[in-house]
Design a protein around this ligand. Structure first.
Ligand code: PEP
Ligand code: MN
Length: 335
């Protein structure tokens, strides 16, 4: 349920009302807009007498929110959320960032070398998987703790905040120096993992599951937010459809749909979304035109010899070109 207050309500009046809600056992979220204050209520709102609430002189209107996602709902929080992703960088509400790097962390030389090239092109966050969710147990599984150590050293050398995937909550202590924790598509509905990440205050990047609806993605965000961690970024990375030419089908309509439904930032990953390096550039541009708050792009110094996802990885030169064109599309859509 949300209560929209009239303009000019004093802090004391608002706090008295919030205390009354809290006395009914409700969780209260206050979102102060330019003109209106919105009070979001979570819990058993059946005890709230709507007509009594509507009759209060400071209340403009009261609405029940039918969607099961509350914290993530734009009705709760009209303005875009802006997430601080480390190194003074932010994503959302007009702040656009590109997260790039290899699929897997392979060596320090690889990460530092590619990180520098990515940064020079304007990719200010560095990614690389240390724990890899591979379809086959015989494929490269990642360097685990050693990979996280390499990411930390790369961060120290290039200054880029780092983004990497967690697969098992027991590994969380190893993620101390990680700036953005990624929950991969295969773990989007690992609810225990999401609950634990809700207890941290680190930004969590949640990728859409291979066969999950947008509402399910929002419910996953809700798991993290319900624990008190509001630092959530959503990522459209393609879903499984009957089309097999591309690795997945990048659902670009997810970007404006999610922007309608939620205040959380939405980024797109055309690398996993297409599975083919030649398709990454056009789909990255299309995602930017559709309003993405950022991109995740796989870049490898030598894609042919990558230990994972070489076919969809761009070379640093191709990434330079992508970044130049992304800037042009952003200028065009923002003007
Ligand atoms: C990745 O980002 O390397 C990854 C495994 O992504 P996804 O979970 O989207 O497949
Ligand atoms: Mn990958």
């Amino acid at each position: 349920m949300i209560a929209i207050l009239k303009p000019g309500v004093t802090d004391k009046q608002r706090e008295n009302l919030c205390d009354w809600f809290r006395s009914m056992g409700l969780e209260v979220h206050v979102s102060q807009g330019q003109f209106h204050c919105i009070i979001g209520l979570i819990g058993d709102t059946s005890k709230v007498d709507i007509s009594l609430l509507e009759s209060l002189s400071i209340v403009e209107s009261v609405k029940r929110i039918s969607e099961p996602f509350k914290n993530a709902n734009r009705k709760f929080h009209a303005q875009d959320s802006v997430i601080d992703v480390g190194g003074g960088l932010r994503i959302g509400g007009g702040h656009f960032e590109v997260i790039a790097g290899p699929c897997s962390v392979e060596s320090e030389e690889q990460m530092v070398g590619v990180g520098r090239r990515i940064l020079a092109a304007g990719g200010r966050l560095l990614r690389g998987g240390a724990f890899k969710p591979r379809t086959s147990p015989y494929d490269f599984q990642g360097l685990h703790g050693e990979g996280l150590g390499i990411l930390s050293r790369a961060k120290a050398m290039t200054g880029q905040p780092i983004v990497t995937e967690i697969m098992n909550i027991n590994d969380l202590p190893l993620f101390e120096d990680v700036d953005v924790i990624q929950v991969g598509a295969r773990n989007m509905q690992n609810f225990d993992l999401l609950k634990e990440l809700g207890r941290t205050r680190k930004p969590v990047l949640i990728k859409r599951g291979l066969a999950n609806t947008l509402k399910e993605l929002l419910m996953s965000a809700e798991y993290v937010m319900a624990g008190g961690n509001e630092n959530v970024i959503l990522c459209e990375r393609g879903i499984r459809t009957f089309e097999t030419y591309t690795r997945n089908t990048l659902d670009l309509s997810a970007i404006p749909v999610l922007h309608e439904l939620t205040h959380l930032p939405v980024i797109a990953d055309p690398s996993h979304g297409t599975g083919k390096a030649s398709l990454v550039l056009p789909m990255a541009l299309a995602a930017v035109a559709a309003g993405a708050d950022g991109l995740m792009i796989e870049v490898h110094p030598d894609p042919e010899h990558a230990l994972s996802d070489g076919a969809q990885s761009l070379t640093p030169d191709q990434f330079d070109d992508l970044m130049a064109r992304v800037s042009k599309v952003r200028e065009a859509v923002l003007s």
